[in-house]
Design a protein. Structure first.
Length: 208
């Protein structure tokens, strides 16, 4: 289970231009502003020269932790196996899954110091769901080409949460769902939980 590039892209974001049909402008702008706010906070952390790597990562984890609907995503990527899991397995899995995502994706950006981000469009998909399309370039990578990233946003109880990220046409949800299904089919749910915990522990130790 190699860390996916898709979620790490979330942390390099800044201001952007929102282009929406007039009838949907208000709802779309709200979803777009949600993504913009996350990105602005992330860039402020990444560009803060007084922060060391560990402090940057801790701050990015706070931003990321509040931005993503981990519970829903965790259930979705486990797919049909969620119903087969015991209550204890579900609790352990959700805990380790969130740690895995937070650590493995924020740690890759803790060494960055700049980046750029442009929102190219925001679309109302219905049922309080939106797609915010962006272009991202990492400032620490010379001659880096912009990466096309779509954020799927859902409004729940008056607030927004990210529930999927698609990079260059590849969805986080569908990719991890396939990866996790393969692991569970071959080794079982407990093995998946163990692997998530071990990868998180290894990542934490590598930063010390």
């Amino acid at each position: 289970m190699k860390p996916l590039r898709s979620l790490t892209i979330m942390f390099v974001a800044a201001t952007g231009l929102f282009v929406t049909p007039p009838a949907m402008a208000a709802a779309n702008d709200d979803a777009g502003k949600y993504v913009q706010d996350i990105g602005s906070k992330a860039l402020a952390v990444i560009g803060n020269k007084s922060y060391g790597k560990q402090q940057k990562q801790a701050e990015l984890e706070k931003i990321f932790g509040n931005a993503v609907d981990f519970n829903w995503v965790g259930r979705f990527v486990m797919g049909r196996f969620w119903k087969q899991a015991t209550d204890d397995q579900k609790t352990q899995y959700q805990t380790q899954y969130q740690k895995f995502l937070l650590l493995n994706y924020t740690s890759r950006f803790a060494n960055y110091s700049s980046g750029s981000f442009k929102v190219s469009s925001s679309r109302d998909d219905g049922d309080n769901e939106y797609t915010v399309s962006t272009q991202m370039t990492a400032g620490d990578v010379s001659n880096g080409e912009p990466v096309l990233v779509d954020y799927r946003i859902r409004k729940m109880d008056g607030s927004y949460k990210i529930f999927d990220v698609t990079v260059e046409g590849v969805s986080l949800l569908t990719t991890q769902r396939s990866e996790f299904a393969s692991v569970i089919n071959n080794k079982g749910i407990d093995y998946l939980i163990k692997q998530l915990a071990e990868k998180s522990a290894a990542g934490a130790n590598s930063d010390k």
